[in-house]
Design a binder for this molecule. Structure first.
Ligand code: B12
Length: 259
């Protein structure tokens, strides 16, 4: 049986194949009136939506209007140009993770987690760390061979660094959900710089950040080892930690953090 792969050139699908229909929502800093609605349609046209239909407009206070616009985009997508980042490590079961750590590291793997800056969204980091876990998988606290220190919300970077040093963390897991004014980027960059300053080269814990709005492939620019995004499960994180800190690469010794 031959499986036909769609593309390589595709358009969005609304009512009929290839009609290009999309729906977007945005807010303009204008009071809700006919002029504001015209401005919304002008924006839609400039975004390549032609024709565009204003399906919703609602005042948000006296000076702003929220819009939903539905229309056909003129753009084509070339599937051949899409770059996909493949997972670089194998997925292990909790049993395999524990066995690897016990056999190769021969001590507990120590993980410190926190939400830093003013961010109080702890649900994401708790999904990864708390024993009850996420999406049917137990969190890292469930793993017998891991010691997990969850510092919770609004942790200051110096406090995170001190705790990581005190507990001799192998990995530091940071969550950033609020992205207003690029807070997630500023906080992460500040955090990674603080760790590089506080630890000698080669002894910096593995730095991992997660949150729904980090740009894939930006770990290097943020000074961290790995980014995890929307829908991450604890098992993926545990498998990554083993891949990075426990499983031998060229040398038979686990990388771990030098102690
Ligand atoms: C619950 C919630 C709150 C709760 C948080 C309670 C708590 N204890 O966490 C409360 C009510 C306190 C709250 C407050 C605010 N919130 Co709020 N909140 C949400 C909401 C509805 C859900 C977030 C959530 O829990 N998602 C579920 C978890 C499981 O998903 P996740 O965080 O993405 O985590 C997953 C992955 O990203 C990843 N992950 C996340 N972190 C990490 C870390 C590591 C190390 C790893 C490996 C993986 C990982 O793994 C997780 C599991 O897959 C979202 C909207 C939404 N639907 O997403 C808004 C939202 C995040 N909040 C928002 C805002 C603006 C606020 C406030 C500023 C509102 C205000 N004006 O007061 C305040 C800020 C408070 C603060 N100081 O941080 C905005 C953020 C906008 C932005 N992009 O910056 C959102 C998107 C709502 C919106 N559409 O405007 N919020």
């Amino acid at each position: 049986m031959t499986v036909s792969i769609p593309g390589p050139l595709v358009r969005p699908y609304g009512d009929a194949t290839g009609d290009g229909m999309v729906q977007v929502s945005f807010t303009l800093p204008l009071p809700h009136d006919k002029r504001a609605e015209g401005a919304a349609l002008q924006l839609a046209a400039k975004m390549g939506m032609e024709p565009a239909l204003l399906v919703h407009a609602k005042a948000i206070g006296p000076d702003f209007t929220f819009f939903v616009v539905y229309g056909s985009v003129t753009h084509l997508v070339d599937v051949r140009e899409v770059q996909v980042v493949e997972r670089e490590f194998p997925l292990l079961t909790a049993k395999e993770v524990n066995a690897e750590i016990k056999k190769r590291l021969r001590r507990k793997l120590v993980v410190v987690g926190a939400c830093i800056g003013t961010d109080a969204h702890t649900v994401g980091i708790d999904a990864i760390l708390n024993i009850k876990g996420f999406a049917g998988e137990k969190g890292l606290e469930y793993y017998r061979e891991m010691t997990v220190v969850n510092l919770g919300a609004q942790v200051l970077v110096p406090d995170l660094v001190n705790t990581a040093r005190e507990v001799r963390a192998d990995a530091v897991l940071v969550s950033q959900v609020v992205t207003q004014r690029d807070a997630h980027i500023h906080n992460t960059t500040e955090m990674s710089a603080a760790f590089r300053e506080a630890f000698p080269a080669g002894q910096v814990p593995l730095l991992v950040v997660g949150g729904p709005r980090f740009e894939e492939g930006s770990a290097g620019a943020l000074g961290v080892d790995r980014i995890f995004g929307r829908g991450t499960t604890p098992g993926e994180v545990a498998s990554y930690l083993v891949h990075e800190l426990v499983t031998p690469r060229t040398s038979p010794e686990p990388r771990g953090r030098q102690r």
